[in-house]
Design a protein around this ligand. Structure first.
Ligand code: ADP
Ligand code: MG
Length: 318
């Protein structure tokens, strides 16, 4: 447990959280009591943030770990076209974790909560056997029947992605070699969940399938293909690659294709999609095919098989 102890830590958290429209009863009771808009369905997502798997204390300032912890959950809600309503934080800390670290972690997490107007409505606090483990639960909602699923992609749909890819993975690759300036790798240290874009697409019924790019484009596209029972081809030249570092340089192709944790949205559509959605760049990168499997189409139409080589657990960590 952290130096101040469980009760006093919860008190601190409770003092700092803001309420919100969805909260009838927040922190302090056995359960939170939430209010959902009439005619909505609930969305619930849960994501681990584990020391030395998702972050390293020597690489990531505590505020960044907190911000990214909530962003993982918000991004899942965004990928359904949903509205985030409340968050829950379970954390386990060993006795050696400085209180300062915990305070700064919470500051980062609550900054994201304020920015997205998602109140922290509860959680759990316990002593870990070693290191820092957190789990974030985000509850959201969508009007009945409008959640954008992974399973809706159809042959002939075009494939789109928001923003640029590979910027987050590039930061990790770079940090293995030495220090980096967080400001040169924004998408890694301060990713912004695309909640606005997800909502914008859902309101216009523009996306047939959607997922957030958390494991890497190749792996997340494969999820859409498998759930939809379709294949996909991606145009090599079309993939928007992040510019990172100082001086800023385009990330290499493999990082854009397989690197995770960019928290952009990957979606399919049979409709015309503008170049910007809710103020965010949207790029067409390929199309859905009837034939299963994924292909990369290079210059001159050269095709090769695209394998999912993004982040997969039990294959290693940071
Ligand atoms: P219980 O014994 O019912 O699990 P706790 O003493 O663990 O209750 O929690 C008391 C209150 O504090 C609950 O409302 C719970 O949701 C909240 N809480 C506990 N830990 C956290 C946390 N890390 N972040 C936010 N709220 C928390
Ligand atoms: Mg508890």
């Amino acid at each position: 447990m952290s130096p101040v102890g469980e009760k006093s830590l919860i008190k601190r958290i409770r003092r700092r959280v803001r309420s919100g429209a969805s909260i009838i009863t927040g922190i302090g009771d056995d359960c939170a009591v939430l209010r959902m808009p009439a005619g909505h369905q609930l969305l619930v997502t849960t994501d681990f943030t584990l020391e030395n798997v998702h972050f390293r204390r020597e690489w990531h300032p505590p505020e960044v770990v907190g911000w990214r912890c909530l962003t993982r959950g918000l991004s899942d809600i965004a990928a359904m076209g949903g509205e985030p309503r409340a968050a829950f934080l379970s954390m386990a800390l060993d006795r050696g974790i400085p209180q300062k670290w915990v305070n700064r972690f919470l500051a980062g997490l609550l900054e994201a909560a304020d920015e997205f107007r998602v109140p922290l409505a509860g959680g759990d606090t316990a002593q870990s056997a070693g290191g820092i483990q957190a789990d974030i639960v985000v509850v959201g909602s969508v009007p009945k029947g409008t959640a954008v699923l992974r399973s809706g992609a159809r042959p002939g749909d075009q494939i789109y992605v928001t923003g640029e890819l590979g910027g987050s993975a590039a930061a990790i690759a770079r940090m293995r070699e030495g220090k980096v300036r967080a400001a040169d790798y924004e998408r890694h240290f301060h990713p912004v969940a695309r909640v606005d874009v997800g909502r914008w697409l859902r309101q216009r019924d523009l996306a047939s399938a959607m997922i957030d790019v958390s494991d890497g484009l190749s792996t997340d596209l494969e999820h859409i293909c498998e759930e939809s029972g379709v294949g996909a081809e991606i145009e090599v030249a079309a993939i928007p690659r992040a510019q990172v570092g100082r001086p800023a340089q385009q990330v290499n192709f493999d990082l854009a294709l397989h690197g995770g944790e960019d928290y952009e949205l990957l979606f399919t559509s049979a409709k015309r999609i503008p170049a910007k959605a809710a103020g965010v760049r949207v790029t067409r990168i390929g199309q859905i095919t009837r034939k299963s499997g994924m292909a990369l189409v290079g210059e001159g139409g050269l095709r090769r098989r695209l394998e999912a080589r993004g982040w997969e657990h039990f294959k290693g960590n940071l």
